[in-house]
Design a protein around this ligand. Structure first.
Ligand SMILES: [Zn+2]
Length: 193
């Protein structure tokens, strides 16, 4: 009876302490292989309102996950409040960033109907939420050149400078800086395109 109780307590302690252990390791060793690191700032996105663009949005998020180490985009669990909401509408694509890593993205059909690539649009708008401004006019090799690169441009990946800027924006998360998800005064400036 006493042994069983002791085992139970030990198990409880182990269960309680393992998340702390993992967290400690993550902070102490931020330079592990990109796919292995758990130090990235996790941002959830809700693509439930993105209608026919849902897979394009998932692809756009995956592109950022492939491209940077300091932040990771993951679909929000059902009922979970997401950092990023992605909606489809009939306007021009745009983003309404809040504090860094938070905001709303609109995948506008106006640009899609003109022939712009839906995955490039998705990755571009997510780029705004990750703190990047537009770089227009710009070449197709730049993700943030947006529509200025023309409808023939189907590059969906951020260039080296854009990747570095996002890494920089979220570098504080790697150093264990307090997260700023609850900042009360978001910069609610609409970024069209
Ligand atoms: Zn833009």
């Amino acid at each position: 009876m006493r042994i069983r109780t002791l085992t139970g307590s030990l198990a409880a302690v182990l269960v309680l302490s393992s998340p702390l252990l993992w967290g400690g390791q993550a902070v102490a060793a931020p330079s592990v292989a990109p796919e292995q690191t758990s130090a990235a700032r996790l941002l959830t996105y809700d693509a439930g309102g993105s209608a026919e663009f849902r897979s394009a949005v998932d692809r756009g998020a995956a592109i950022w996950n492939e491209s940077v180490d300091s932040v990771e985009l993951r679909p929000a669990a059902s009922g979970q409040r997401a950092n990023i909401r992605v909606l489809a509408d009939n306007g021009w694509p745009r983003a309404l960033p809040g504090s860094l890593g938070n905001g709303t993205v609109y995948i506008g059909r106006q640009a899609v109907n003109q022939g712009y690539d839906t995955v490039r649009i998705s990755a571009h708008e997510l780029g705004h939420i990750l703190g990047l401004p537009d770089r227009k006019p710009g070449p197709c090799s730049s993700l943030m050149s947006g529509s200025s690169a023309g409808t023939a441009c189907t590059n969906r990946y951020p260039n080296a400078a854009e990747r570095a800027e996002v890494e920089d924006n979220f570098a504080g998360a790697l150093a264990g800086a307090p997260q700023r998800t609850e900042v009360p005064a978001p910069r609610a400036v609409l970024i069209r395109d």
